[in-house]
Each structure stands twice: as C-alpha cells, then as structure tokens.
Design a protein around this ligand. Structure first.
Ligand code: ADE
Length: 337
C-alpha cells in the first residue's frame, strides 16, 4: 500500500488532552514542535526517539509508527489499545510511562511519552550480573504495585519483561510498551457482572485476535516470559502478568530468565513442561515466591484469587518482609549492585 492510501485511513484520532502539561493541552502538536535525537528503542512496529520540545526544552520519548506498516500488518487495533491503556493510566501517579499527546502526519503516527532517563531494567541487570536481594525485592515490590494499578484498570500487559520495564531519573520503575495489552470490559478480578454488549464486544475482539494469531501462527508476548495459559489456551487473564512477575523476580536474582533455550519453540516446550531450576544459593523466600507464581494452572498462582485491587497474598509473602507498601514510591531506591 502507498503511504498516500494509508494516510486516508483513520488509524488514530489525535489527542492532546492531558491537563498536566499546558503546552500540550491547547495547541495541536506536530513533529516540527520537537527536535528528534537519538534512537532509544525499537519494537516490532515502532521506533522510539529521544526528542526535545522546542518550546519548553523538555525531553520526551517519541514513539513513531509507520502507518503503511500498521495497516499492512493489521496492527491498527494494537495501536488503539496501546493509546487507550496509556490514557487510562495517565492519572496513576507512579509506575507507568505517561502519554502526553499523539499526532500524525501523512506517513506516521507519533506518541509523545515521558522519557525514562535510566533506561531498561534489563540493562541494569546485565550490567551487574544479578541484583542483591534488597534491590530485587525493591523492584519486585514496585512492579507488583504497578501491576495492581494496571489490573485494577482492567489492563493486562501480556508482554512484561525487563526490556519493557524502564527506570526514571530517580531510578523508580515505569512499565512501558503497551502494544500488546488486552483491555477487558468485564470485572475480571471479581468474576461476573458483565453486561451483554460488553460480552459480545469482548468475544468479537477475542475471536478477531484469535483468528489473527492463528492465521500467522504467532503469539502475543516474548517467548521467555510468556505464560503457559497464553501459549496453550490463549486465555487472557491478569495471572499471565503474575507469571511474568515470577520470571522477572527469578531473573533479577539469578541474572537470567528461568526458561531459556536456543529457539522459541524449545523455550515454549520448556515452559509447558515447567522445565527450570534454581541456581545454588537462590534465597529460599524468593524461591518459594517464584514457585507460587510459576504454576501451570493460572487459577492457582499466588494472587490469582485475591479480592479487590491489591495483591494482598503476594504482598504478605515473606519475600517482601520489611517493604513499606505505602511509601515505596517516595523512598530512594537502593543502589543497584
Ligand atoms: N524506550 C522506549 N520507551 C522509552 C521511554 N519512554 N523512555 C526511555 N526509553 C524508552
């Protein structure tokens, strides 16, 4: 498809709706309002650049997507969901990159995001090899709090991994890359109370996505962190993010993800067979928590049956002893070492 054809497709409604930044609120932004700098991230269908607002000098991470690619690869729904999820989370004070505005030109879509200066958690894990226990515990706690907010907003990330977890200028955690999210209309944590229209819409979306996924023999997520439920049944529940939490805690402490193989296929096989082991010296509380998160049956994972908007059963696990859940975002994070 030619770029001119793609431009006619209403891929995304531009917005500049959020009140916290006056300069974004009242003016219609274009790419000319920014000086684009270095490349800071690359996804399957997007590229992220560091950019400076020419009016304020403020730095942003601008995610750029080629419209022709989005249309050709039928990713329009993904882009819309990413924007919806980021909008839903805009007023959550901690734990997420913020979407300040979107705009488009003939060829591209632009997402203006907060810039997480200290980059990917993966980079920090790899730099030191593995985290000391207090560091792993701190970031696991911030990740859990962010998951609570995301799931309370009925958003399942489906691709949590240390590359999608960024650190801001104060070294606090921010979840990024909502390109694979699922936004559920039903109250998934408490069970029922879903109206018929919601149900029909959700089923339609699910069926479209399942067709899409099976047609391309693809899956949502990244091989090493994908849960067996997504692999096997393609059921979307918040417990798939709890599985990823287990993998990330394991990786922060040991340096590597639990399920590793030379190909995606072999990685999937290991996940389905729960073929992983703990290295010697892995702390026992951490081991117990990881074992309770990495369960094949998603309904049995720690937290999966918690009522309300917090994961009390995970918060109470001995691994998190000493964490002040009400104050963590105000604390100075422990030095990574
Ligand atoms: N890479 C992708 N998104 C980013 C962001 N918001 N900040 C920093 N690096 C990123």
């Amino acid at each position: 498809m030619q770029a001119s054809q793609a431009a006619a497709t209403p891929v995304l409604t531009p917005t500049s709706t959020h009140g916290s930044n006056q300069s974004h609120r009242h003016t219609k932004r274009t790419a000319k309002d920014y000086i684009f700098g270095k490349l800071i991230g690359e996804g399957c269908y997007s590229t992220v650049f560091l950019a400076k607002d020419i009016h304020t000098g403020k730095e942003y991470a601008i995610k750029v997507c080629e419209k022709s690619y989005i249309v050709r690869h039928q990713k329009v729904q993904y882009i819309k969901r990413e924007k919806d999820a980021l909008n839903k989370l805009f007023n959550v004070p901690h734990g997420f990159v913020k979407l300040y505005c979107t705009f488009q030109d003939d060829e591209r879509l632009y997402f203006v995001l907060s810039y997480a200066k200290n980059g990917e958690l993966l980079h920090h894990i790899n730099k030191v090899g593995s985290f000391q226990l207090n560091v792993a515990k701190f970031y696991a706690a911030e990740l859990l709090l962010a998951l609570e907010k995301m799931h309370a907003n009925k958003i399942i990330h489906r691709d949590l991994k240390p590359e999608n977890i960024l650190l801001d200028e104060n070294m606090h955690l921010q979840i990024a890359d909502f390109g694979t999210v699922k936004i559920l209309e039903s109250d998934f944590k408490r069970g029922s109370s879903q109206n018929t229209t919601d149900k029909v819409e959700e089923l339609k979306e699910k069926s479209d996505e399942t067709n899409d996924r099976s047609r391309k023999n693809s899956f949502v997520g990244t091989a090493q962190y994908v849960s067996p439920d997504i692999l096997q049944t393609r059921i979307d529940t918040p417990a798939s993010d709890l599985w990823a939490l287990g993998c990330i805690i394991y990786q922060m402490i040991s340096g590597l993800p639990p399920f590793r193989a030379s190909t995606e296929f072999l990685t999937f096989q290991k996940i389905m067979k729960m073929e992983y082991e703990f290295p010697e010296g892995f702390p026992s509380d951490a081991k117990d928590l990881v074992e309770k998160l990495l369960l094949l049956d998603h309904t049995k994972r720690l937290g999966a049956n918690d009522i309300g908007d917090t994961y009390e059963s995970i918060r109470k696990h001995p691994f998190f002893d000493g964490i002040d859940w009400d104050d963590i975002w105000n604390q100075t994070p422990p030095t990574i070492c």
